[in-house]
Write a protein that binds this ligand. Structure first.
Ligand SMILES: NC(=O)c1ccc[n+]([C@@H]2O[C@H](COP(=O)([O-])OP(=O)(O)OC[C@H]3O[C@@H](n4cnc5c(N)ncnc54)[C@H](O)[C@@H]3O)[C@@H](O)[C@H]2O)c1
Length: 262
């Protein structure tokens, strides 16, 4: 497949999990992928795996919380690879803690990565797109926690709700340049992040069965499921789609509540 031949696609947090899945699928579809992630070991490994498979990928060390790092990533992309067509804001962290134990440091860590990171990367990617008259797109990886959530998730839910609100505002601001902005809201997705969370719980096997049963389609998502939605939103097939949020969660968020009775 070569839907994205010669398109330059930046994926933040592509060193692992959902981001790595997105980077791989987009590269398979012909894109030149920038792996904009924080950890060198992960970044070089993903770059090496992808280039060994014959794909075009470049790791640029990036901390999305740091304005200079984000500017450096965009400048390096422009000078060494070319002008950005698609930005996928995927980098994110999670701290789930009871509200009364959550510290300001916890708040700053999550908001800086999950929300400020989206703002900084979008700002500099949009500058690049506007300067080069690129009718590009920005895709924000939010979460179903922006819609419905659980106890002890206040900071994460606030960050993800903020992403959805910012998506709509950016879509309106950037529409006049032909730049589209959408968000994807994954539910449970099978990454090491999810596995670490699960195995830290009591009776993880029982919990996993319960989680799957909550899904209308009977299972959680894979990173590739999320990547296919990115592929659609980055393509011309979605040419008139902007300012929208897309749940990819197997029907989990549609459920009002769970009962054995019906
Ligand atoms: N896994 C899930 O169940 C799930 C569900 C809903 C939403 N999400 C969202 O999907 C995104 C990816 O989640 P995941 O499960 O793949 O996470 P993950 O922990 O597996 O991967 C996150 C990646 O982001 C990188 N990263 C972290 N902080 C960074 C920073 N400051 N700058 C640059 N890179 C940074 C990490 O090094 C890692 O490579 C996140 O935004 C998360 O909130 C995940």
């Amino acid at each position: 497949m070569s839907d994205f031949k010669n398109k330059i696609i930046i994926v933040t947090g592509a060193g692992n999990g959902i981001g790595r899945g997105i980077a791989k699928l987009m590269a398979e579809q012909g894109a030149k992928v920038i792996i904009a992630t924080k950890e060198d070991t992960e970044g070089y490994q993903v770059e090496q795996d992808m280039t060994a498979a014959g794909y075009c990928a470049k790791y640029i060390q990036t901390d999305v919380r740091d304005e200079q790092s984000v500017q450096h990533m965009l400048r390096t992309t422009e000078t060494e690879v070319g002008n950005v067509d698609v930005l996928v804001n995927n980098a994110g962290i999670t701290i789930f803690k009871p509200l009364i134990e959550t510290t300001l440091d916890d708040w700053n860590k999550v908001i800086d990565t999950d929300l400020k990171g989206v703002f900084l990367c979008s700002k500099y990617a949009a500058q690049n797109m506007i300067a080069h008259k690129t009718k590009g797109c920005i895709i924000n990886i939010s979460s179903n926690h922006a819609y419905r959530t659980l106890p002890d998730t206040e900071v994460y839910a606030a960050a993800k709700g903020g992403i959805n609100a910012m998506t709509r505002s950016m879509a309106i601001s950037l529409g006049k340049y032909g730049i589209r902005v959408n968000s994807i809201c994954p539910g449970f997705t099978d990454t090491h992040h999810y596995q670490n969370w699960l195995t830290a719980k009591e009776n993880p096997e029982v919990l996993e069965q319960e989680i799957h049963a909550l899904h209308a389609l009977g299972s959680i998502s894979t990173p590739t499921d999320i990547a296919h939605m990115v592929s659609f939103l980055a393509s011309d097939k979605s040419r008139n789609v902007t300012g929208a949020d897309f749940l990819v969660d197997g029907g989990l968020t549609s459920r009002l509540y769970y009962s054995q009775k019906f």
